[in-house]
Ligand binder design. Structure first.
Ligand code: GTP
Ligand code: MG
Length: 298
């Protein structure tokens, strides 16, 4: 009999939730960057090991919504919680819980599901320094387990799977055994491009970026043509995205193409355009057009 578990990956922006998702499924399916609020939609990652299937739901980092897109992200966190058997609460070794983390735990508590705390980035701190964080977590919530991990190096991940074992239930699989994610190839491609923009841009510009794939066509195992439009929020941002003499856009294109070729296993011909859509993050129809609204968000 096969076993199944659905897990939500939750936590503040930038703690490494998407890096963890990529580590858990063993492929890069979610964009990762040092900018808070990298993830905008719930991303499903699937791992099937023999008779066991793990369905991980990566969520946007919780922050106070500041626009319609933010409200939508908060809604996705709430709906995710009601869809899972277990929550992975991801944090960092910062000595104590932060306010938004307390609020998030209060929300998780209502769900009455087992919660495992993961203290991520333990590769970047000295081990003794983690002890106060373990204490703080143990006092804050009756976690099923508290595990120091590194999404970057894989440390602690085996221990996590050990803890999940007794929580798994006998059930048919939710996905095919070779499934990796519920994201379409187009979405994966647009996120790979947006990720490169997040790394290349600073200040408020990257948060107002959306990438929409307009063309995705393959010449049978030869060449994958991908055409993408980069939308920015203000006319003044357009020049920044293009860069001096087109330098920034060119660099982004080169890096994105490397990732796209590695993922799709084909040569990629990538074309990028930049357009402006004023304040799209407050325009529900554009949020939907840009693929940032899921069918089950009302
Ligand atoms: N040293 C170290 N850095 C990490 C680790 N995990 C993630 N990072 C870095 O932390 C930053 C944020 O990672 P993300 O995975 O995008 O974080 P997130 O929690 O998904 O962020 P949001 O999507 O904004 O909520 C990136 O620069 C990662 O490279 C880790 O285990 N060790
Ligand atoms: Mg993320």
């Amino acid at each position: 009999m096969t076993k199944l578990i659905h897990l939500a990956i939750l936590g503040m922006p930038n703690v490494g939730k998407s890096t963890l998702l990529n580590r858990l499924v063993g492929e890069k399916i979610a964009a990762v960057s040092p900018k808070a609020q990298t993830t905008r939609t719930r991303i499903t990652g699937v791992l099937t090991k023999g008779e066991r299937q793990y369905v991980f739901l990566d969520t946007p980092g919780l922050l106070k919504p500041q626009n319609r897109l933010g409200e939508q992200m908060a809604k996705q966190i709430r709906s995710t919680l009601s869809d899972v058997d277990c929550a992975l609460f991801v944090t960092e070794s910062v000595g104590k819980l932060r306010r938004p983390e307390e609020a998030l735990l209060a929300r998780i508590r209502e769900q009455e599901i087992p919660v495992i705390a993961l203290i991520n980035k333990c590769d970047a701190v000295n081990k003794a320094g983690i002890l106060p964080m373990i204490d703080a977590l143990a006092q804050a919530y009756p976690f099923a387990a508290i595990i120091p991990v590194s999404a970057k190096t894989g440390e602690g991940i085996d221990e996590l799977f050990d803890e999940l074992e007794p929580l798994m239930e006998e059930s048919p699989f939710s996905f095919e055994a070779d499934a990796l994610t519920d994201q379409s190839e187009r979405t994966l491609a647009s996120e790979m491009i947006r990720e490169k923009l997040l790394w290349a841009l600073s200040d408020e510009v990257p948060h107002g970026i959306a990438v929409v794939i307009e063309n995705f066509s393959s010449e049978r195992g030869h060449l994958l043509h991908i055409g993408a439009v980069i939308y920015c929020e203000k006319a003044s941002h357009k020049g920044i995205v293009i860069g001096k003499g087109g330098a920034l856009l060119k660099e982004v294109g080169i890096r994105a193409r490397e990732d796209l070729e590695a993922f799709f296993g084909e040569k990629v011909d990538l074309s990028l355009w930049v357009r402006v859509k004023e304040n799209w993050r407050d325009r529900p129809s554009l949020i939907a057009d840009f693929g940032l609204k899921r069918d089950d968000d009302e």
